[in-house]
Design a binder for this molecule. Structure first.
Ligand SMILES: [Zn+2]
Length: 462
C-alpha cells in the first residue's frame, strides 16, 4: 500500500481542475475541423519543462526497472520518434524508455520523457495500438499537461496573488514552485492527468497517428480492451489516464476531419517480434518488483520473528507489540510504519510498504467514529486507486473499545501482486482517530494473519 508523504495527497485533493476553453470539434455544416489544442495556463517556459522532466527522469532511472532488452527498446524508440515528428508546438527532445513492469501503463514527464511499461506492449494487439498509446503520451508532453497541472496546483496553494510576484514566465523559479507543491518528486502532479487533459491527448494523439500513417481507431481499440478489463483487473493506465467518458466515440467522431491512410500501418513484423521477445523474458523480469531506494525488493522479506517487542508511540497515544525484526519508520510522535527490512521503500513522494502495518493517531474533522472511519478509508482508496473495498466496515472490539475493521484489496503498485489490507479504526481518549492498517500480499496472507491477530490483541489505547 502507498502512503503519501505529508502534503501531496492533500494538494491533489484540493486542486480544482478548470475546464479548458474552446470546443473540441467545430461543426461547419457537415465538415469537421481537425482537433487543435494549445497548451493551457503555465508558469513555466518550455525549456523549464525539459529541465523539470530531466530531473524527474534521473530519479526514475535510479529506481525504476528499465527494460534492458536492446531490440525492444530500439523498436519503441524508432516508433516513438516517427510519431513525435508529427507533434505540434514546441520541439521537445522526445525520449522513450521501456520499463520492465507487467502492469499495463505508460506515462510522460514534462519535456518529452516518455515511459512505456512492457505490460502495455504485451497488451497491444498490433503496432497500431501501441502507436496509439505512444501518440497519447506524446500529446501530454506537447500540450504541456504536466507543468500545466503543476502550475494550477501551485496557484491553488499560493493564491493568485503570486502571479504578480512571479513576474514573467522566464523568471519563474522552479525550485520555489516545486518546493511548495511537494518537491521535484511531485510526480503525482505530472502523472495523474485530468479528464480534460485526457480528452485533449486522445484527440491530439489521433491526429498524430493519422499523420504518421496509422489509424486512430487502433488507439480506440486499445482503450476498449482496457475498459473491458477494468472490472476484473483495473489497469493502472486508467488511474493515470482516467477515462473522460465516451473516449472511444470521441476518437471516432474526429476521424472525418483527419486524413487517415487507406492502408494504415497496423500489423508489422517488428511488432510481432518484439511481442514474442517480451513473452520469452522470464516472468520475474516482467513482474519486477520495483526498486525502492535503489535496491530491488526482489525477494520476500524475512518472515515475522516469533519474538515480539513492544512499540509505544512517542506521545503515548498507543502501544502495541510487533515482531522484533520489524523496523519502526516514524513519521512523527504518533504515526509510524512497522515493517520488516525489504518490505518498505521510498519512491518519489510515497512510502511503499508490501508487508507490515501503518499505525497512528490523527486529528480528523468528524463528529462520529463512523464518519471518521469512512473518511479514512476513502483517503486510503484515493492514495491507492487500484484498491477496492472487499469487505465493508464492520464493528469490532480491540484495545478495550469499539472500533471498525474494513478490508480493502488491490494490485500492489510495487509488486503487481494482489494485496490484502485491513483498516482498523477507533478513537483515542483525547478524541483522535486511531488507525492501524495491516498489509500483506494475498499469497502470503496465511503467514501474516496470526501475526496481525496477535498485534491487534495487544493494542493498548490511551
Ligand atoms: Zn493520458
Amino acid at each position: 500500500m502507498n502512503r503519501k508523504i505529508a502534503g501531496i495527497a492533500l494538494i491533489i485533493s484540493t486542486i480544482v481542475f478548470q475546464l479548458a476553453c474552446g470546443s473540441l470539434i467545430r461543426r461547419e455544416g457537415e465538415t469537421k475541423t481537425a482537433p487543435h489544442f494549445k497548451p493551457g495556463f503555465n508558469l513555466f517556459s518550455p525549456e523549464q519543462d525539459v529541465e523539470i522532466g530531466r530531473d524527474s527522469a534521473q530519479k526514475i532511472s535510479k529506481k525504476a526497472p528499465l527494460l534492458r532488452d536492446e531490440a525492444t527498446v530500439a523498436y519503441v524508440r524508432q516508433l516513438g520518434a516517427r510519431l513525435a515528428a508529427k507533434a505540434s508546438g514546441y520541439k521537445f527532445p522526445y525520449k522513450f524508455e521501456v520499463l520492465a513492469i507487467k502492469e499495463i501503463n505508460a506515462f510522460a514527464l514534462p519535456g518529452g520523457f516518455i515511459y512505456i511499461n512492457a505490460g502495455a506492449i504485451a497488451a497491444a494487439k498490433n503496432e497500431g495500438e501501441l502507436a496509439g498509446v505512444i501518440a497519447h503520451e506524446i500529446s501530454h508532453v506537447a500540450l504541456r499537461h504536466g507543468t500545466n497541472q503543476a502550475s494550477k496546483a501551485y496557484i491553488a496553494q499560493a493564491g493568485l496573488d503570486i502571479l504578480s510576484a512571479l513576474g514573467g514566465g522566464d523568471s519563474t523559479d522552479i525550485g520555489q514552485i516545486m518546493g511548495a507543491i511537494g518537491g521535484m518528486g511531485a510526480n503525482v502532479v505530472f502523472l495523474k492527468m485530468s479528464r480534460t487533459a485526457e480528452t485533449e491527448s486522445d484527440l491530439e494523439g489521433a491526429r498524430i497517428m493519422a499523420e504518421a500513417g496509422y489509424d486512430p481507431r487502433d488507439m480506440a481499440n486499445f482503450f476498449k480492451t482496457l475498459e473491458a478489463d477494468e472490472r476484473k483487473n483495473p489497469p493502472e493506465f486508467l488511474s493515470d489516464h482516467p477515462n473522460p467518458g465516451n473516449r472511444v466515440e470521441a476518437i471516432k467522431e474526429v476521424l472525418p476531419a483527419l486524413s487517415v491512410s487507406a492502408k494504415p500501418i497496423r500489423e508489422t513484423e517488428e511488432f510481432n517480434r518484439v511481442k514474442s521477445r517480451l513473452a520469452g523474458l522470464s516472468s520475474s523480469k516482467t513482474m519486477a518488483r520495483v526498486a525502492s531506494d535503489g535496491s530491488r525488493v526482489s525477494s520476500r522479506p524475512d518472515l515475522p520473528s516469533e519474538t515480539f517487542a513492544e512499540y509505544a508511540a512517542k506521545d503515548g497515544s498507543f502501544s502495541i507489540e510487533r515482531p522484533d525484526n520489524w523496523d519502526a519508520l516514524e513519521a512523527d510522535s504518533s504515526n509510524v510504519i512497522l515493517a520488516p527490512r525489504g518490505a518498505y521503500g521510498r519512491m518519489n513522494d510515497s512510502v511503499m510498504v508490501t508487508h507490515g502495518i501503518f499505525i497512528g493517531a490523527i486529528y480528523v474533522n468528524a463528529d462520529t467514529l463512523e464518519e471518521a472511519n469512512r473518511m479514512f478509508v476513502e483517503q486510503q482508496l484515493k492514495a491507492n486507486p487500484d484498491f477496492r473495498v472487499t469487505r465493508l466496515s464492520q464493528p469490532v472490539k480491540f484495545g478495550d473499545r469499539e472500533g471498525f475493521a474494513t478490508i480493502v484489496s488491490g494490485s500492489s503498485t510495487v509488486t503487481g501482486v494482489t494485496e490484502i489490507d485491513t483498516i482498523y479504526t477507533a478513537v483515542t481518549n483525547d478524541g483522535r482517530l486511531f488507525y492501524l492498517v495491516t498489509i500483506a500480499p494475498e499469497d502470503e496472507f496465511s503467514a501474516y494473519k496470526p501475526v496481525f491477530e496477535r498485534i491487534i490483541a495487544a493494542i493498548r489505547l490511551s
